[in-house]
Design a protein around this ligand. Structure first.
Ligand code: PLP
Length: 462
């Protein structure tokens, strides 16, 4: 396992020194000739203004959300100090996986699972909590599905002494009691959604007694709670431009680590739920591509049961079930789309980041989808050779990276592949159990099902 193409041997793990950590977020919108479509006010059908966003989001985060011109935005020292507790994250050369696959490809992954939230979500949680504190708020509200975002936010809020009210999708609240207890240990209050604590929650419970909830429904409750409680604002862990901006730290660190050893990736791969990690990982590389300085292939990987990019429509849609949030132009399956109940593999959001959507629409990145049993096979194989037990979400990227590496084996190409390993799977053992027992099943929605869901899209012209 020696490295001969570079003069310097590549270590198994490349760590940046603390002093080499990024000091600015990179805003890829500044380098996009055609910008992502603006958020639209669901009431007026017009692009939303900063003033209209104020009841929902923190002021500085609104500025970041709407900022299409500044290429770099400084990371405040307080946020950088927190990052130092768990960053820089390692860039790992997957020597053992390469060996196992017998591929001439060189595989690298950027590992974001080395913190208690178990995912990259802490990168944005700490930024959002910081700006909320700076604005003098008492607390923030949010929703969580699988629980990674809620955990990340409760960690960030406890650090800055903010209240954290998390609406957790009821089925996860019941099935993932340990996630809930992690959040409570960090001081968050966790409410199963739908709940009796909001008007929208009561309405949903009236209409659908016994419902186990959904992400779109929990978002509506969290927004209502924020806008009706003095001193509170709402925060969101994916999809938004500001979240991709914060997650650019993943790509910046990866690029710096690779440049240190003269490595240039040919293919960059990330899993895509709302698009924040793949957007953050690819951003600085995409910037080079957009400026004509270098070329890369980018691949976003999604579940076959929730295929927003590969089978959705590029259109304005609601971001939540209660239709209280601003509308976004994105690849969507319709805000009423709910992945089949046998879907255990995460990444279940109906829409996609407007930035990722626009870049995909322009043909700057590709998308693929995989069924969950294929994804779990890749997760198992990866765990057995590389040691890390991956999150099901991250395993979508593993599967795509393995497939790219196997193509290289056929063609003999020595491509360099970089993928994002977003987190660990310790809270997903119920899904692993199904997989190990051989009872995990796949679901691929029919064209009719997707058409029926898309028929409910709002009619908004740009
Ligand atoms: C939330 C999450 C994702 C998906 O979210 P994106 O916004 O698409 O990045 C992927 N992996 C892990 C581990 C997550 O927690």
């Amino acid at each position: 396992m020696s490295e001969s193409t570079n003069n310097k041997a590549i270590p198994y793990k490349i760590y940046l020194h603390e002093s080499e950590m990024p000091t600015h977020y990179y805003n890829v919108r500044a380098d996009m000739k055609k910008k992502p479509a603006p958020l639209v006010n669901p009431g007026t059908g017009k692009p939303i203004t900063a003033d209209e966003l104020k009841p929902i989001f923190c002021d500085e985060l609104i500025e970041q959300e709407l900022n299409e011109t500044d290429r770099y935005i400084e990371i405040p020292q307080e946020i950088r100090d927190f990052y130092k507790m768990y960053r820089p994250s390692p860039l790992v050369r997957a020597y053992c996986l390469e060996e196992k696959l017998q591929t001439p490809a060189k595989i690298y992954y950027k590992f974001e699972g080395n913190n208690t939230s178990g995912s990259h979500k802490l990168n944005s949680a700490i930024a959002q909590a910081y700006y909320a504190k700076k604005e003098g708020l008492k607390g923030v509200t949010t929703e969580t599905g699988a629980g990674q975002w809620g955990t990340a936010l409760s960690m960030a809020c406890s650090y800055f002494e903010l209240d954290c009210n998390v609406y957790m999708v009821k089925v996860s609240y019941e099935q993932k009691p340990f996630r809930r207890e992690v959040m409570r240990t960090y001081g968050a209050s966790v409410t199963p959604s739908p709940s009796e604590t909001t008007e929208i929650g009561k309405k949903i419970l009236d209409e659908h007694p016994g419902t186990t909830g959904s992400l779109g429904c929990a978002i509506s409750e969290a927004v209502e709670a924020a806008t009706t409680t003095e001193g509170y604002k709402y925060v969101l862990g994916s999809v938004l431009n500001q979240v991709l901006l914060h997650q650019s730290i993943i790509g910046e660190e990866a690029m710096a680590a690779m440049k240190k050893y003269d490595i240039k990736p040919d293919v960059i791969i990330g899993c895509a739920g709302g698009g924040s990690n793949v957007g953050g990982l690819m951003s600085p590389f995409m910037g080079e591509k957009l400026r004509g300085e270098a070329d890369y292939r980018f691949i976003a990987v999604e579940p076959a049961s929730c295929p927003s990019l590969t089978r959705g429509r590029y259109a304005y849609d609601f971001c939540d079930t209660g239709r209280v949030c601003p509308m976004a132009k994105m690849y969507t399956l319709g805000s009423g789309y709910i992945p089949a109940p046998n879907h255990a593999g995460g990444l279940r959001y109906h829409g996609m980041s407007p930035i990722v959507s626009e870049l995909y629409h322009q043909g700057k990145l590709e998308a693929v989808s995989y069924t969950q049993t294929k994804v779990f096979e890749a997760a198992r194989d990866f765990a057995r050779v590389e040691g890390i037990l991956p999150a099901p979400e991250s395993s979508h990227a593993i599967k795509a990276a393995v497939d790219e590496a196997l193509k290289c084996k056929e063609t003999g190409e020595e491509k360099t592949i970089l993928f994002g390993l977003t987190g660990t799977g310790y809270f997903d053992l119920y899904a692993y159990e199904k997989f190990n027992d051989g009872v995990m099943t796949d679901y691929i929605p029919s064209d009719e099902e997707i058409e029926a869901s898309l028929a409910t899209l709002p009619n908004i012209e740009e």
